[in-house]
Design a protein. Structure first.
Length: 385
């Protein structure tokens, strides 16, 4: 009788375990929706590299992706992944997919959804993001030190909080090494718009900018910088999302890289093991999701280390220090202590119309950063409505 009871208890444990997660021999199928082509070498490319990494690391994982999905068409594609492809979880990887993702969560309560860069959660809809504001700040330190014209350009896709946060962080880094420099933004209203990005970059250079950063999913801005540099006019550029230094070996100083793979492995493992809970997964440098560099090998292009080592700046915590060393030390602070040790959005911070936004001794909260819609005081112009 006791042996029978033991087997019954063991059996119940297996049933409960199966209810919490997936059986050991069962596959989990994940669908990914991309706003651009996987060959964009920017946002969608980086997500697809992460998808492949997760599939390699997790033997029970099966994945499918659909690329170049217009934000207005996301509901139909989510239905397709659930109904036809039989996905257990769907990752929607553009801010504009948010509302359709939340609606899908209500429509398919037995499935799970993860929306990248959004802020709305329900019991079966979570959000996730590998945020780059810290790396943009580090790039800003270098941009401020290198510019000779004190005019720095930024080619931007859409005026949403994510981009404003990154523009502001970049500008705050610039201000720390060059208070005279200003950031000039051109909006192209496209995530994947190489022609528009090229045109905006050329325009900024024509207006006197000798340093360019951007949020657009191709190396177009980098290529423009390299072309001008090869013709004798040095243009400093900072790459975005993927290792773009190969497109601007004489122009790319550094950049920001994302490792979506580590994030996808964590999220998918939690779903498979039954430990997943709807939440906002927001990873930074400390979590190894955001990485500094134009390649995964060097945080700074060796071509520019000499200039950065001779550029000196005064700091409150390190005294007089080279910009190169300052970048290395700030990066180390972000790796080891995260925002608690150093954060770009420590006050006092004013916007560019004179309003105090963050008081001295205060720091922007995560909620503040996720909703930020003002330019800091060394960004020119106003945010489009």
């Amino acid at each position: 009788m006791r042996i029978t009871k033991v087997f019954i208890i063991i059996g119940l444990c297996f049933v409960l375990a199966a209810g919490m997660g997936f059986a050991a021999d069962k596959k989990l199928k994940a669908g990914f929706i991309y706003v651009g082509p996987v060959g964009d070498y920017g946002w969608s490319h980086a997500h697809d590299v992460g998808r492949k990494f997760a599939e390699q690391k997790l033997p029970w994982l099966e994945t499918i992706f659909i690329e170049s999905v217009a934000e207005a068409d996301s509901a139909r594609i989510i239905d397709r992944l659930i109904q036809e492809e039989k996905c257990d979880v769907v990752f929607t990887t553009s801010f504009g997919y948010m509302e359709d993702t939340v609606k899908a969560g209500g429509k398919y309560p037995d499935k799970k959804f993860m929306h990248c860069s959004g802020f709305k959660q329900t019991p079966n809809v979570g959000t996730y993001f590998a945020d780059l504001y810290q790396t943009y700040y580090l790039n800003g330190l270098m941009a401020g030190a290198l510019t000779k014209t004190d005019k720095i350009g930024y080619v931007a896709a859409f005026p949403i909080p994510e981009l404003i946060r990154h523009i502001d962080a970049f500008a705050l880094g610039i201000k720390a090494t060059n208070p005279k420099a200003k950031v000039h933004v051109k909006w192209i209203y496209a995530w994947y718009g190489p022609d528009k990005a090229r045109e905006a970059a050329e325009s900024l250079i024509a207006e006197g900018c000798d340093t360019l950063a951007f949020t657009e999913d191709t190396p177009a801005v980098i290529e423009v910088g390299q072309e001008h540099t090869e013709k004798g006019k040095q243009i400093y550029t900072f790459s975005h999302y993927s290792p773009m230094q190969q497109y601007g070996k004489d122009s790319v100083v550094s950049g920001q890289l994302v490792d979506w793979g580590v994030m996808y492995v964590k999220i998918l493992s939690d779903i498979y093991n039954g430990t997943w809970k709807s939440a906002d997964e927001w990873w930074l440098i400390r979590e190894n999701a955001a990485i500094l560099g134009g390649t995964f090998n060097d945080i700074i292009n060796p071509k520019f280390t000499g200039e950065l080592k001779t550029a000196m700046v005064d700091t409150a915590d390190f005294g007089k220090i080279s910009v190169y060393e300052l970048v290395v030390k700030r990066y180390d602070q972000m790796k080891t202590g995260g925002p608690d040790l150093f954060d770009p959005f420590d006050g006092p911070i004013n916007d560019n119309i004179g309003k105090l936004r963050i008081k001295k001794g205060q720091r922007a909260s995560k909620g503040d950063l996720l909703s930020i819609m003002y330019y800091v005081d060394n960004v020119a112009g106003s945010i489009p409505k």
